[in-house]
Design a protein around this ligand. Structure first.
Ligand code: HEC
Length: 91
């Protein structure tokens, strides 16, 4: 009898891990789908307006990206998307 409980316990554990990893992926997929424009609006726009694409050199854009990343708590992928958006379209 005890053996069955152990097996059921392990099964329940495995199934819940499965569910957690599937929904975990779904969330990061949602974040990946966001464009630089959206990410700018959600993370950077609350402090200032977007600068124009010609305002900074390529090297400066990279520095600005990491400088502003520490103010917003975004991932490196999100930072890349926002900087690409600013470099190419800006306002
Ligand atoms: C908490 C407020 C805040 C947030 C959020 C923020 N910034 Fe800034 N940002 C500032 C301030 C203040 C300055 C000017 C002073 C400085 O550079 O430290 C600045 C300056 C800038 C500049 C001008 C370059 C410079 O160094 O002067 C750019 C471009 C910029 N931010 C982009 C971004 C981007 C992209 C994001 C989002 C990832 C972002 N900012 C998020 C406050 C913020």
């Amino acid at each position: 009898m005890k053996k069955y409980f152990a097996i059921i316990f392990i099964l329940v554990l495995l199934v819940s891990f499965g569910i957690f990893s599937i929904s975990g992926c779904a969330v990061s997929q949602k974040i990946n789908d966001k464009t630089g424009t959206q990410l700018w609006g959600e993370n950077c726009g609350r402090c200032h307006n977007p600068p124009g694409p010609g305002e900074f050199s390529s090297a400066n854009w990279d520095i600005i990206g990491s400088h502003m990343r520490v103010r917003t708590n975004i991932t490196e992928t999100e930072e890349r998307k926002i900087i690409d958006y600013l470099k190419n379209t800006g306002n």
